[in-house]
Design a protein around this ligand. Structure first.
Ligand SMILES: NC(=O)c1ccc[n+]([C@@H]2O[C@H](COP(=O)([O-])OP(=O)(O)OC[C@H]3O[C@@H](n4cnc5c(N)ncnc54)[C@H](O)[C@@H]3O)[C@@H](O)[C@H]2O)c1
Length: 474
């Protein structure tokens, strides 16, 4: 296969545009030649950026994949419940596939995809971007070199920040299992994948507990209406009052205020305390316009095709009807808001994973204790740090540190490295599989589904039996 790889994009939403950005910055490696997207403005914008001709713009993946194969790969970036059908068809049509995580929202479908990859011999990569970050690849190298000795225990936390949880798992696309996936899969397939990667052994037993504890109607403020902007009596004290998050951008201001970067601190104060002054000077300085009319996560989710008006009035109008304007205690959410998982691996290592939606800041923390050393890692949007403690010498070393930058993405920028790795695998198809290939990925998904089953049934899951059963059903 020759560079640039040609690709068809299925789903030009948030993730699709991350891959789009890679292609614009790496024209010699990746070229999008088609797009399937039902939202006209998204489809047209993607087609314009990538100079895709009108006859290669489709309203849906079905239309795109009804044509004979015309590109090397399909990048599948639709929502969780719309992964399986386009992936199976694209593989059948002869495309290599880069698929967003989770592979599929049911275990049966994950297995179907693995079997289809085996049958067609095409390359499937899954977007477990965390493996490709500087932070987690540094940890992996330390483990691989044996510096920790034999790993004995890993304690890993996925601390979802309070507003992110509310945005995605109460008001947003991942709130309801019938429309999406269990939260332990949607949020933590990344974490299971990392644990599997670091431990280097199959999981043997899994148990899990957790529930939806807080975000229920009985915890709503008295007389809270269905939409925050319909006169909520708790508007001045509710953490989750929608305009606080989407208009006043309080979480972003808090990031800036907490940062050790003085410039960000000043910007945070300006946005919080001098918004009228900021409005005036932002007319002259583009950087300040971005701060005044903030468009980044989670704001862009407010717009699904309508004119993107980022003024306070424009956002308020949307919040009156949008799912993101709803009271967090009166939504159709049913996914957990906290869950813990215990894992015993076949090599004897034990690990526990805690996931919850009440964190003061967004990010993962972990500690790995081994026969020679301990490693403690902080992987937060506000900064990343790995400290290595050698038991014999008693020496403590900062082995990795990264501060918050404007580019710090939701996942510490592993996206471009993931695409590089996938393209390299396509070029050297005979020799390599993507790092996050179908077989590696399915183990993380098996763990997530097993954790969900254990939580619901109150049982310890024997992973060997669980895996065999899954392969029979898929
Ligand atoms: N790898 C990661 O770290 C990561 C991070 C966030 C989200 N995700 C996953 O990426 C996927 C997409 O998430 P997102 O945030 O980009 O969602 P999104 O809603 O922004 O994008 C999905 C797009 O698919 C489009 N779509 C709907 N029906 C379609 C059809 N029939 N044909 C073609 N396109 C169609 C939608 O209109 C939308 O634009 C999800 O599965 C999500 O879980 C992965």
């Amino acid at each position: 296969m020759k560079l640039p790889i040609t690709a068809a994009l299925i789903g030009a939403g948030r993730r699709g545009n991350v891959y789009g950005k890679y292609a614009t910055k790496n024209e010699n490696k990746l070229k999008f030649v088609a797009v399937a997207e039902p939202i006209k403005s998204r489809r047209e914008s993607f087609a314009n950026i990538h100079s895709i001709p009108a006859n290669r713009c489709y309203e849906s993946w079905e239309d795109l994949l009804s044509e004979d194969k015309f590109a090397d790969a399909a990048f599948i970036c639709t929502q969780d419940q719309m992964h399986t059908a386009p992936t199976l068809l694209a593989l059948d049509k002869g495309y290599h596939v880069l698929l967003e995580k989770p592979m599929a929202h049911t275990l049966e479908d994950c297995i179907k995809i693995v079997k289809k990859v085996e049958e067609t011999g095409k390359l499937l990569g899954v977007s477990h971007v965390l493996r490709y970050t500087g932070f987690f690849s540094t940890i992996y190298e330390i483990v691989r070199k044996g510096l920790i000795g034999d790993i004995v225990n890993i304690s890993h936390r996925e601390n979802v920040m309070w507003y992110h949880y509310a945005h995605s798992f109460i008001r947003g696309p991942w709130a309801n299992i019938k429309k999406s996936s269990p939260m332990i899969l949607a949020k933590c397939c990344h974490d299971f994948d990392l644990l599997f990667h670091m431990v280097g052994s199959l999981p043997k037993k899994i148990s899990s507990f957790g529930s939806l504890m807080h975000f229920k109607p009985e915890n709503a403020p008295k007389n809270a209406p269905e939409y925050c902007l319909d006169g909520c009596p708790a508007k001045d004290k509710c953490l989750y009052y929608a305009p606080r998050i989407y208009i006043d951008i309080i979480p972003q201001i808090q990031f800036m205020e907490k940062s050790d970067n003085k410039f960000l601190k000043i910007l945070g104060k300006l946005r919080k305390n001098h918004v009228n002054f900021l409005t005036c000077i932002s007319k002259l300085i583009p950087l300040l316009r971005d701060l005044r009319y903030y468009k980044d996560f989670p704001i862009y989710y407010l717009y699904t095709g309508q004119k993107e008006d980022y003024s306070d009035e424009g956002k308020a109008k949307i919040l009156k009807k949008s799912p993101y304007g709803r009271c967090v205690y009166h939504c159709d959410n049913d996914v957990v808001d906290h869950q813990i998982v215990n894992i015993e691996f076949e090599n004897g290592v034990t690990a526990n994973l805690t996931m919850h939606g009440f964190s003061e800041r967004e990010g993962r923390t972990l500690r790995i204790d081994g026969t020679k050393a301990t490693l403690i890692g902080d992987f937060h949007i506000s900064g990343e740090k790995i400290i290595f403690y050698d038991h014999f010498s008693g020496k403590e070393t900062l082995v990795y540190a990264k501060k918050l930058t404007r580019e710090s993405g939701e996942h510490g920028v592993g996206d471009f490295e993931l695409i590089d790795n996938y393209i390299e695998s396509l070029i050297n198809k005979e020799k390599t599989q993507p790092l996050t290939n179908a077989w590696e990925t399915v183990e993380s998904h098996l763990m997530a589904f097993a954790a969900n089953e254990s939580r619901l049934k109150g049982t310890v899951i024997d992973m060997d039996e669980f895996r065999k059963k899954a392969y029979k059903s898929g």
